[in-house]
Design a protein around this ligand. Structure first.
Ligand SMILES: CC(C)(COP(=O)(O)OP(=O)(O)OC[C@H]1O[C@@H](n2cnc3c(N)ncnc32)[C@H](O)[C@@H]1OP(=O)(O)O)[C@@H](O)C(=O)NCCC(=O)NCCS
Length: 215
């Protein structure tokens, strides 16, 4: 179960993922990116190819890590990549930075990424490919849906529900039992005291804004 890992993407999030993997003692085989030629060096590891690699015979024998971030207005690329990995049945281990605190009573699905300094308390469930970013705090019994992104230093109090593909901005505070709907977005720094409907954006002092499909 300790296959060398291939990272998808070569941007800022990919560099954070590389760091987590190396801190976990995992061997990183290289990255897949359309932005550099095969054989080029990226942050000390080789570029192996682009996405076409995933469906090739070369893909066997490796684990994979999604190095593509997800921010408002650009949630779709990460989601598409996660869906592709699932469709191809490729192994995508959960990544937990050694400085993160994850309760033994939390459920962590495949593909989850818990970044440096994050805290995940008992009874929490992290859905497949959920991203718990640097220093985020997820308190007891909160449920984070598949592919949701909790941005750096966000605080989710107990019993919060975050839907699939939702985004909670940096430093936001979500009060207990609030429900953030599927694909909803919460602005950075917001204090969320009421539910956010699916596929709507919440900005303090503004009416909910309906969102289109993720791109
Ligand atoms: C909310 C957000 C997605 C912008 O949404 P948007 O609909 O494009 O908003 P706009 O930039 O058009 O601004 C609309 C209004 O909201 C306000 N606003 C935008 N972001 C805000 C925020 N985080 N907090 C408070 N007000 C905000 C703007 O000042 C503007 O106000 P006005 O209408 O009174 O002039 C963005 O500001 C944000 O918070 N992104 C999260 C960034 C983040 O956490 N990144 C982490 C990466 S790991």
């Amino acid at each position: 179960m300790n296959e060398p890992v291939v990272i998808l993407g070569s941007g800022g999030h990919a560099r954070v993922v590389l760091d987590v993997l190396q801190c976990m003692g995992r061997t990183v085989a290289g990255v897949l990116t359309p932005e550099q030629p095969v054989g080029a060096e990226w942050d000390g590891v080789p570029v192996l190819g682009d996405d076409a690699w995933l469906a090739s015979a070369q893909a066997a024998g490796y684990a994979y890590a999604v190095g593509i971030g997800a921010v408002p207005g650009r949630m779709g690329l990460r989601q598409a990549m996660c869906a592709r990995l699932r469709q191809l049945g490729l192994p995508v281990p959960a990544l937990v930075h050694p400085s993160a605190v994850v309760s033994r009573r939390a459920a962590v699905a495949d593909g989850v990424q818990v970044m440096a300094g994050a805290i995940v308390q008992p009874g929490v469930s992290l859905g497949m490919h959920a991203l718990i970013n640097t220093g985020a705090r997820i308190d007891h019994d909160t449920v984070i849906g598949e592919g949701a992104h909790i941005a750096p230093s966000a605080v989710l109090c107990g019993d919060v529900r975050v839907g699939a593909g939702a985004f909670v901005g940096a430093g936001a505070v979500v009060l207990p039992r609030v429900v953030i709907g599927d694909g909803a977005e919460v602005a950075a720094g917001a204090t969320v005291t009421c539910d956010v409907p699916p596929r709507h954006r919440y900005i303090p002092g503004h009416p909910f804004k309906r969102l289109g499909d993720p791109t």
